[in-house]
Ligand binder design. Structure first.
Ligand SMILES: C[S@@+](CC[C@H](N)C(=O)[O-])C[C@H]1O[C@@H](n2cnc3c(N)ncnc32)[C@H](O)[C@@H]1O
Length: 345
């Protein structure tokens, strides 16, 4: 098979060119030989060969028996002998994975195959040891979700890693979404040295702990009503050796006024109904406080979040400046989790 050999020093330029011009045969492995690299090539015309040689005169065409790359196997491939192609086509391609637990969302008509599907997923994903399935939607004040066991190790407790932290949690008894890791990063990138931060609705501690481990904030206070989530948050603070996190158990409506404290930054990660708590966040704010208000809004009504903020500020005699509204995840078709960042001015 035809390859092109070039000295190590020129490798990057040649690779970039081959990729851009679709000449790099990605089905085969690159070869390193002494101080040179040999790239496998796709079929190319004599004219293309001349062009390549002109662009990289120090290169050399070479016939080589390249080693094929191993095709990564998909769990659907393992099911081909058991299930019909039409059933396999209906199977999901992405899942929520929290630590070693994979959470399946399975259509009612596929429930009879769930054990085979789960076994295939366990065989393909060596880091997954438990398969659960969604048995309900997130509901209630604690925003938890019933999950049923399907296969693997019988547990609902796992350790999840993101943004330089480890979080232990029971995925059924505590609300947690791995999909928010990028959003947590977006927030910690804004934090300045010495900030005093409040995280309302702190759950098992992802926001306070990620902020603590990735910023030079002075103090971070989390408030959470679900006693199980609060207990996990406390042990996660210990697990991550945080020095500046205080976690308080209880209803934010009762706990926050008792603190009688003003914060530099306030996070409100309760997208369903956080507007009912805006008056509390505003009472704990001062000139210069930045508030991150989460909400669910339809694609066509993304500005509704800002309207909720402005009307709460008006009612509570606060003036604010909207800094931005960002989409930070999809909730359902056409509906998004958004965050309105605003400044108390
Ligand atoms: C959507 S979850 C977010 C949890 C966590 N911040 C996270 O990102 O994983 C909302 C959390 O708010 C808590 N919660 C709901 N109402 C509350 C209240 N009145 N006071 C304190 N916490 C509350 C729930 O128990 C739940 O853990």
């Amino acid at each position: 098979m035809l390859g092109i050999k070039i000295s190590l020093k020129k490798t990057e330029q040649l690779k970039k060119h081959l990729l851009e011009s679709n000449l790099f045969n990605k089905e085969y492995k690159i070869i390193k030989q002494d101080n040179s690299i040999i790239f496998p090539l796709t079929k190319l015309t004599e004219a293309k060969k001349r062009q390549l040689k002109k662009k990289f005169p120090e290169s050399e065409f070479i016939n080589y028996s390249f080693i094929p790359r191993k095709k990564t196997q998909n769990y659907k491939d393992l099911l081909l002998s058991i299930l019909q192609k039409s059933v396999i086509d209906e199977l999901p391609s992405s899942f929520d994975i929290i630590g070693s637990i994979l959470i399946l969302e399975i259509k009612p008509e596929l429930i009879e195959y769930e054990k085979q599907i789960a076994d295939a997923l366990l065989r393909i994903n060596k880091n997954i040891t438990t398969i659960l399935k969604k048995a309900d939607i997130h509901s209630g004040e604690f925003r938890t979700q019933k999950l049923d066991y399907i296969a693997g190790e019988k547990t609902k407790v796992t350790v999840y890693r993101e943004n330089n932290v480890r979080l232990k949690l029971d995925v059924e008894k505590v609300y947690f979404s791995p999909r928010l890791s990028t959003e947590r990063k977006r927030i910690y990138k804004q934090v300045k040295k010495g900030e005093n931060i409040l995280v309302m609705f702190s759950g098992c501690g992802p926001y306070p702990i990620v902020l603590s481990r990735n910023t030079a904030a002075a103090k971070i206070t989390g408030i959470e009503k679900n006693p199980i989530a609060h207990r996990y948050a406390e042990s996660n603070a210990t697990l991550n050796k945080t020095k500046n996190v205080t976690l308080l158990k209880g209803d934010v409506r009762k706990v926050l006024p008792e603190l009688d404290e003003k914060f530099d930054r306030i996070l409100m990660p309760l997208p369903k109904g956080a507007e009912d708590f805006l008056y509390l966040a505003l009472a704990a704010s001062k000139k210069g406080t930045i508030i991150h208000f989460y909400d669910f809004e339809h694609e066509s009504e993304l500005k509704k979040g800002e309207k909720k903020v402005k009307s709460a500020c008006k009612e509570n005699n606060k003036s604010c400046k909207i800094l931005r509204t960002v989409k930070c995840g999809q909730y359902s078709p056409g509906k998004f989790r958004i965050c309105v960042d605003f400044l108390i001015s």
